[in-house]
Write a new protein. Structure first.
Length: 175
């Protein structure tokens, strides 16, 4: 990555358009992208040998739980600020929020998404998909959701945002 010395505001926005919405949220998003890379690396390493590296797998699973909590809050905040984003970005964020909800509710609240019904406590936090070197991170009674898919989807949605998609600052969404 090239480092710009004394970049202009336009150069900053080209690199990170979400900063025009919120410096704080942009920093959180960047931290979540770094965490996603760490989760992916842990998954890659966990499944790289003939024996699964349980320590790496456990680290990936725990980071995925924290990542899901943080990512959901970033996406929820952006979805609430409808006036601040283009319709295209809002559509992508809404789809991402739906995916994250399916993962977050069973992991964070130990409830089935959209219902006041428990997800069983007598289970591992995530299921392991050995052939694909992946974790399945949703309610085990629902169709599988791949951790790798969710991580990539977050990156895809956020990398598609351009400076023209950010129409206002976070604070403006409250007026």
């Amino acid at each position: 990555m090239d480092v710009l010395i004394n970049p202009t505001w336009d150069q900053i926005l080209e690199r990170d358009p979400t900063i025009a919405f919120s410096f704080f949220l942009s920093g959180r998003k960047n931290g979540l992208l770094a965490m996603a890379a760490e989760i992916t690396e842990n998954l890659d390493q966990a499944f790289s040998g003939t024996v699964i590296d349980g320590g790496r797998l456990q680290r990936a699973e725990f980071l995925m739980w924290l990542w899901t909590l943080g990512t959901y809050e970033v996406v929820r905040t952006m979805c609430q600020a409808k006036r601040c984003f283009s319709p295209r970005v809002l559509e992508g964020l809404a789809q991402l929020k739906k995916i994250l909800s399916a993962v977050r509710m069973p992991a964070a609240k130990m409830e089935k998404p959209g219902r006041k019904a428990p997800v069983t406590s007598d289970r591992s936090p995530s299921r392991v998909d050995v052939p694909n070197g992946d974790l399945l991170v949703n309610d085990p009674s629902e169709p599988d959701v791949s951790a790798r898919f969710v991580l990539k989807e977050f990156g895809r949605v956020f990398s598609s945002i351009t400076k023209d998609d950010v129409l206002g600052r976070h604070e403006e969404s409250y007026s």
